[in-house]
Ligand binder design. Structure first.
Ligand code: GTP
Ligand code: ZN
Length: 226
């Protein structure tokens, strides 16, 4: 009788180092995809691990998608950087957890298409319609690398740090055991309020309704009014 074939691996572990950050010390692990993405080639996904995670059930885990504009350039158009900071600091506060930083720029459509979509948004289209006008899906992400990355760290189940029910559904369908969700709510600013409203109204994210006005306490709102 022939042995059953090995399951396809979507990513392979390649390297790690300790990484001191403003939030605390993380171990940074690199996983590279085994097959090239049609538009983005081979991708180097990152796991930022804090504390003892092996065998921990209900571990806080953030599955985060890359956002160059927000996380590197400080763009005020989205909440990605604030969500990343919040996840990292909350994991340190709790003593253990993982951020899986996936190179899924622009909800998986890549940087060039995201910039095209932003250009359309500057002409009045929201984030969903801009993608559709470009002939692209609302959300092109897939998460097949996530169960492999969690298995690498021997994490049996997680508390998923997200407001996005679609992300939860996709991960559960891939066999990730999710014990519950931890919301990752940040303050909108005058530039991000429309995007966040669209996430709530058209993409089903569990987010508070601020109407059309950003809360005055928002850092971004203060910046834009200076
Ligand atoms: N196509 C496109 N992508 C965007 C836009 N704004 C942010 N992004 C990308 O959206 C991704 C983050 O997705 P979000 O919908 O903000 O959040 P999420 O990860 O689905 O949900 P949470 O887990 O609750 O944060 C990142 O890859 C960003 O680069 C936009 O206007 N258009
Ligand atoms: Zn962003």
């Amino acid at each position: 009788m022939s042995a059953s074939p090995e399951p396809t691996r979507h990513s392979e572990w390649l390297a790690y180092t300790d990484l001191p950050t403003t939030h605390g010390v993380f171990a940074m692990h690199i996983f590279r995809t085994t097959l090239p993405d049609p538009t983005q080639g081979f991708q180097e996904h990152v796991a930022l691990v804090h504390g003892q995670v092996e065998g921990v059930a209900g571990l806080p885990v953030r599955v985060h998608s890359e956002c160059l504009t927000g996380e590197v350039f400080g763009s005020l158009k989205c909440d990605c950087r604030d969500q990343l900071d919040l996840a990292l600091s909350e994991i340190v506060r709790r003593g253990a957890g993982i951020v899986l930083y996936l190179r899924q720029e622009g909800r998986g459509i890549g940087l060039t298409n995201k910039v095209r979509a932003y250009h359309l948004q500057s002409r009045g289209h929201d984030t969903v319609d801009a993608n559709r006008l470009l002939g692209l899906p609302d959300d092109a992400r897939s998460y097949e690398m996530v169960p492999e990355m969690l298995a690498h760290f021997k994490v049996p189940s997680i508390q998923l740090m997200t407001n996005n029910p679609d992300k939860l559904a996709k991960l559960t369908a891939l066999g990730v055991k999710v014990d519950g969700c931890l919301p990752v709510i940040t303050q909108p600013n005058t530039h991000s309020i429309g995007y966040i409203k669209t996430k709530r109204q058209r993409m089903g994210h569990s987010l508070p309704d601020h109407g059309d006005k950003a809360p005055l306490a928002s850092v971004g709102a203060r910046l834009s009014e200076d």
